[in-house]
Design a protein around this ligand. Sequence first.
Ligand code: ZN
Length: 227
Amino acid sequence: MKFQVCSLVMIGLVAGCGTKQTTSTESATAGESTKPATGTVEQPQEKPEPVIATAPAQQPVAQPVAKIAPQTQFEPTTQPKTKSPEKIVKTDAEWRAILSPEEYRILRQKGTERAFTGKYDHHFKEGTYTCKGCGTALFDSTTKYNSGCGWPAFFKAKENTIAETIDRSYGMIRTEITCKKCDGHLGHVFDDGPNPTGVRYCVNSASMGFIPAADEKQAKPAPKPNK
Ligand SMILES: [Zn+2]
């Protein structure tokens, strides 16, 4: 008898310990099924259409089927073959902060400096002409020549640095040249250049910077160690 009581107590204890407080967080609405829509609108009984004795069946006229043009594939087919340099995008205020008023007028507002006034018009030192806006190397001094047009002229630009756009301003059709990297206006390109290219890049001096060849060499690591 005593053993039985003990057993019962034990069972009770075990049961008490082992039972976890089940947190009943089951959603009360979980079991609820969505009620079927009650107010089903009854479709009005369609009246049978009166059969009209029409004229004898006409010859089936070929319905003018609207020709559906094949879906145009909007694939980026105009992607340049060569990867363009990453664009530099600045606000007007940022450009004004780093450019002189004249540089800003020409580079950002497509202005033109007066002929024969630019500092590189008669500048024939050895080096590299860069974009004044972003520093991209645009022309090598070996491609510069005296065109006599009043602006610095080059017969060749460095590869993949310059974009060309048709410019119809001032009643002329010209080809505007801009820096591919910062979209800065540089000038125009004409097809009256010398050999070997036959083109003339006519560039505003204010659009460019210049790195003398001596400085370029200094910037590079010395090719030969001293002794
Ligand atoms: Zn640039």
